[in-house]
Design a protein around this ligand. Structure first.
Ligand SMILES: N[C@@H](CCC(=O)N[C@@H](CS)C(=O)NCC(=O)O)C(=O)O
Length: 203
């Protein structure tokens, strides 16, 4: 299978971490594909009209996207019953945590585009402030309401750990650790997993 993307992207990294946690490392080849929010990548758009990374090309030649679908697919073919439990209540709780962490990652990427890609004369400070509020609301929710769930290695925990990694990489100034002891403890443990180490940016 071919995973199109760049591990700098939190969505690509969470897909790759899921592949590793599903025991699929040797079956997934990362095809380094860079994207810019203001440029068309024609090769990518042949696979998905959305034109965002990640996209997975399966062994049967089907294009799967977005990251949530790819993560579910890896869990499905890897046969893990713990990354995404089958039982209804647990399953939808984990899917909600996944949506929360992916919503956080969406805001982090938006803020990055706002601060680094948008020309200075076209910036919109009120929008950036609103995105920061949303980021802090997601972090507070993860801190206060998901502590128990974060004890298990699930798709929700993977997405949370990757979002925190992206915060460290791109948004140090947001100081996410302040008053968030639970998330810090979770992060300190999770980043020691091989799946996180093997997908980390090389210094
Ligand atoms: N909902 C998508 C979001 C993916 C996404 O935002 N990818 C970014 C990179 S981190 C991208 O491809 N940006 C290019 C663009 O916005 O044109 C997913 O979960 O895969």
């Amino acid at each position: 299978m071919k995973l199109y993307g760049d591990l700098i992207s939190p969505f690509v990294r969470m897909s790759m971490v899921t592949a590793i946690e599903s025991g699929l490392t040797s079956r997934v080849q990362l095809i380094n594909t860079a994207v810019k929010p203001h440029e068309v990548n024609a090769a990518l758009e042949k696979l998905s009209p959305i034109g965002k990374i990640p996209i997975l090309e399966t062994d049967h030649g089907h294009a799967l996207y977005d990251s949530r679908v790819i993560m579910e697919y890896f869990t499905h073919i890897g046969g893990s019953a713990t990354l995404l439990p089958h039982e209804g209540v647990k399953r939808f709780r984990i899917l909600t945590m996944l949506a929360l962490a992916q919503g956080l990652a969406d805001s982090l990427v938006s803020l990055r585009y706002e601060q680094a890609a948008r020309p200075e004369n076209a910036r919109w400070p009120e929008y950036a402030e609103r995105v920061k509020e949303r980021i802090n609301a997601c972090l507070d929710d993860l801190e206060n309401n998901w502590r128990e769930d974060l004890q298990n290695v699930t798709l929700g925990a993977i997405a949370t750990a990757v979002a925190l990694g992206y915060l460290d990489f791109r948004h140090d100034a947001l100081n996410w650790r302040k008053d968030r002891a639970n998330l810090m403890q979770f992060n300190d443990g999770f980043i020691k997993r091989d799946s996180m180490i093997n997908t980390a940016r090389k210094a």
